[in-house]
Ligand binder design. Structure first.
Ligand SMILES: *Cc1c(COP(=O)(O)O)cnc(C)c1O
Length: 405
């Protein structure tokens, strides 16, 4: 039985909606994207969402909008995908990495040492779908001593008057913290709809605008739509309406708008996300948990607590008493049984480009220790109960008991 890691969920409902879009005469940003933005805003219970063509583009757009550039610092966790750091580097700023806690989330305790007068933003990552501790993060940036350090250098930064919390929620659509969904938990949240994520539009992302007053969500929405489309005062859809040809360009914008073809997929998936997609993923998580919990070879991931509910994005199984090399051997053995597993993630300081920038894995022991013994198991809508049983059987057969060593 061949079991892939994370194929997308594509059925007739999605195909029909994509075909309807192709036949509609409008394929790029237009009515379907606008509707998807509204549905996402309703889903997260916030006022405004702007869709873009990837989470990476969305994160970078926000950093540019906030005026982050050379000489600035942005705090990120060391345990994340390269996108979180790359967007900071693309702006000319410096990513300052902090280690993670045992939930694999940015360790809030370490922020005090990481901030300087150059810190402009923090990008926490809801790794594998578990939301960060947003109350503590928001309390931290609002502390008088932390606010005093903040040195605004443009009107937007002055208006906020503190460090921006820009959440990388690429994994956590639908996750909850204290009864609120991601998107509504901090200043700005960015989702990814890449092909391997819980909800996919092939490629895509969304920027959830939730900044405090005096920021105005409608104005921000308007600005971000323009900024994601070359700074042009009218989008292509508006411009094609008869007699509406004239436009202006008031700022040098980016080009990262979502297409209606992508939005068509997103609309179908979002409509059934809470009823079908998340419950199925939770069922698979629970099956893995029950199968491996209590066996001394394994340590379980945290995906539900009194305050948090995960989006069940990636099931991270940890192997006890296991080195990085032994973990790699286990993955190889599992692959020989045609079960695809994965590792989420290789901490950034282990990657060549980040080593070259001077980051050292020794500074992030928790990130390394969790990475070294982690295996991500397949979780996706179309994974059958029979396949889940097969994954469990194969993993149990391939993991040695090293506890006596
Ligand atoms: C996938 C991912 C991204 C990037 O998403 P794209 O939509 O592919 O740009 C960012 N951060 C994390 C943690 C991710 O896993």
């Amino acid at each position: 039985m061949k079991i892939p890691f994370s194929p997308p969920h594509i059925d007739d409902a999605i195909i029909d909606e994509v075909v309807a879009t192709l036949r509609s005469g409008w394929i790029t940003t237009g009515p379907r994207t606008k509707l998807f933005e509204q549905r996402l805003a309703e889903y997260c219970d916030i006022q405004r969402v702007v869709c873009v063509n990837s989470a990476s583009a969305g994160l970078e757009l926000v950093l540019h909008w906030f005026g982050i550039g050379q000489g600035d610092e942005v705090i990120i966790p060391a345990y994340t995908y390269t996108a979180t750091a790359a967007v900071v580097l693309h702006c000319g700023a410096k990513p300052v990495m902090v280690d993670v806690n045992d939930e694999l989330l940015m360790d809030v305790e370490q922020l005090g040492n990481a901030i300087t007068s150059r810190t402009k933003a923090i990008i926490p990552v809801d790794i594998v779908g578990l939301p960060c501790d947003y109350d503590r993060l928001m309390d931290f940036v609002q502390q008088p001593s932390v606010r005093q350090k903040f040195q605004p250098n443009n009107p937007i930064q002055e208006k906020l008057g503190r460090i921006l919390i820009l959440s990388d929620a690429a994994h956590s659509l639908g996750a909850q913290y204290k009864g609120k969904k991601t998107g509504a938990l901090t200043d700005i949240t960015v989702f990814s709809f890449h092909a391997v994520k819980n909800l996919t539009t092939a490629e895509g992302g969304a920027i959830c605008l939730n900044l405090p007053a005096p920021f105005n969500p409608d104005e921000l929405y308007h600005d971000f739509c323009i900024y994601s489309l070359h700074g042009q005062s009218k989008d292509a859809f508006t411009k094609t309406q008869a007699g509406s040809w004239r436009y202006d360009v008031c700022s040098i914008g980016h080009k990262c708008n979502m297409t209606d073809i992508a939005a068509a997929m997103g609309l179908v998936e979002l409509a059934r996300y809470d009823q079908l997609i998340l419950p199925r993923r939770k069922k698979i998580f629970d099956a893995y948990y029950q199968a491996f919990n209590g066996d001394r070879r394994f340590r379980m991931p945290v995906y539900e607590t009194a305050e948090k509910v995960s989006s069940y994005h990636v099931f991270t199984l940890f192997l006890n008493h296991t080195t990085e090399q032994q973990r790699d051997e286990v993955i190889q053995k599992i692959a020989e049984h045609e079960v695809a597993t994965n590792v989420h993630f290789i901490p950034l300081p282990l990657l060549t480009a980040y080593k070259a920038l001077g980051y050292r894995i020794e500074d992030y022991p928790n990130a390394y220790n969790n990475y070294a013994c982690e295996i991500s198991l397949p979780v996706y809508f179309d994974l059958t109960d029979e396949q889940v049983d097969e994954v469990i059987r194969v993993v149990k057969a391939c993991v040695p008991d090293n506890s006596a060593l």
